[in-house]
Design a protein around this ligand. Structure first.
Ligand SMILES: [Zn+2]
Length: 67
């Protein structure tokens, strides 16, 4: 089982949020986090640039933990 918390998904200084995505694969929890961010952190997504999204895409798998 994989886990990805919103705190880990958010850059430092980001919104404190206790959302936790859990699923069978890294891909699944990352997609859940994207859906969550689009819904609950639309302000952050609105500020994102293609560069910052690319950085996030690279960072995300490193923040996924096994549970
Ligand atoms: Zn969140």
């Amino acid at each position: 089982m994989k886990q990805f918390t919103c705190l880990d998904a958010t850059p430092e200084g980001g919104t404190p949020c206790d959302f936790v995505a859990q699923g069978e694969t890294s891909e699944e929890v990352i997609n859940m986090m994207k859906a969550h961010a689009g819904e609950k952190h639309a302000d952050l997504i609105a500020q994102a640039t293609p560069e910052s999204m690319a950085t996030w895409e690279q960072m995300a798998p490193t923040k996924v933990t096994d549970v």
